[in-house]
Design a protein. Structure first.
Length: 321
């Protein structure tokens, strides 16, 4: 498979792209080598798309908002790729992968590509190969890439670290427990959208005022130069969707995207090294873990001592540490 296959028109290109992503997600060594070769060939053709991260609590309407935004962008001549990550069960490892059914209209558009992937327990609510998949869809000619996360735990940190603009969706009746006042989200969000504003306009306006006030206080406390824009929108009526996209474009004009991309690539490097080390550790010493864990649970072996011993064994250095 080559980048030319990914750029084929119509269904042929989308099928090739889907197969390429499946190749990336495979854990088989022979597939990994093929995926690395394809990824390297795609690098010169990637990196030019606008990468939009989108997060929010379950029920805030992430998929419906993405569909409304995606349809509008396609109407303007853009090609939109949506990388939607579904949570995997911690018990069975299964995942529903229902984003295509929730974005049925967008899925029918030839200029759209929707790829649901399981998180497989990866911290941050994004799939382990999301960064690589972004490169493939960019090489395939998609100029807007939207990454939708599961919206739990550290998903905001993960998606903000791999996109150009991070958008946080909030519900109108968030009240005094607004997630936006949390320091971590305040430092990461580039744009806050009160979604489903049509349900209760007064509540949406109150939430908008509260978030704006909270963000200003945070900016003053931490010396921030500017604060994220806070907007209202409804995917049901379409109100505010165009304004959100305009805010995303304004944000792009304020940032040094090249510098941000360099930081993202370095983060990608360290992430893959860490993942590779963890996989190698599991392959070599995974059989030892149950016994060591039993000792730690029983209180006969300190966790720090157990970790040091395992690492020494893994590194083949039994005489130091």
């Amino acid at each position: 498979m080559t980048p030319t296959d990914l750029q084929a028109p119509g269904m042929a290109g989308r099928r090739a792209l889907a197969k390429a992503i499946t190749l990336l997600e495979s854990s088989l060594p022979k597939h990994r080598a093929q995926a690395d070769a394809l990824l390297s060939a795609c690098l010169p053709l990637s990196g030019k798309a606008l990468r939009l991260g989108l997060s929010g609590v379950p029920g805030v309407g992430k998929s419906s908002f993405i569909e409304a935004l995606g349809l509008r962008l396609i109407g303007q001549g853009h090609r939109v790729a949506v990388l939607a990550v579904d949570p995997s069960s911690s018990v069975s490892g299964g995942s529903i992968l229902g984003d295509k059914t929730r974005m049925d209209r967008l899925a029918l558009e030839e200029a759209a590509f929707i790829r649901p992937s399981p998180s497989r327990g990866v911290l941050g609510g994004v799939a382990s190969h999301t960064r690589e998949v972004m490169r493939l869809v960019e090489a395939a000619g998609y100029d807007v890439v939207i990454v939708e996360t599961v919206g739990v735990g550290q998903s905001e940190v993960a998606v903000a670290g791999m996109t150009d603009c991070f958008c946080l969706l909030q519900l109108p009746k968030s009240g005094d427990e607004l997630q936006a006042i949390k320091r971590g989200v305040m430092e990461l969000a580039d744009l806050v959208v009160i979604h489903k504003a049509d349900i209760d306009k007064a509540a949406a306006t109150r939430a908008q005022v509260q978030i704006v006030s909270s963000l200003r206080l945070h900016g003053q406390a931490h010396g921030a130069v500017g604060t994220p824009e806070v907007l209202q929108a409804s995917s049901q009526t379409g109100d505010g969707v165009a304004e959100v996209w305009a805010a995303v474009q304004r944000h792009q004009q304020r940032i040094d995207r090249d510098a941000r991309r360099h930081q993202q690539d370095l983060a990608w490097l360290h992430e893959r090294v860490q993942d590779g080390l963890q996989q190698a550790f599991r392959e070599r010493l995974g059989h030892r873990l149950p016994g060591v864990e039993a000792q730690v649970r029983a209180g006969t072996l300190a966790a720090s001592t157990a970790a040091r011993q395992l690492l020494q064994e893994f590194l083949g250095d039994q005489d130091h540490g």
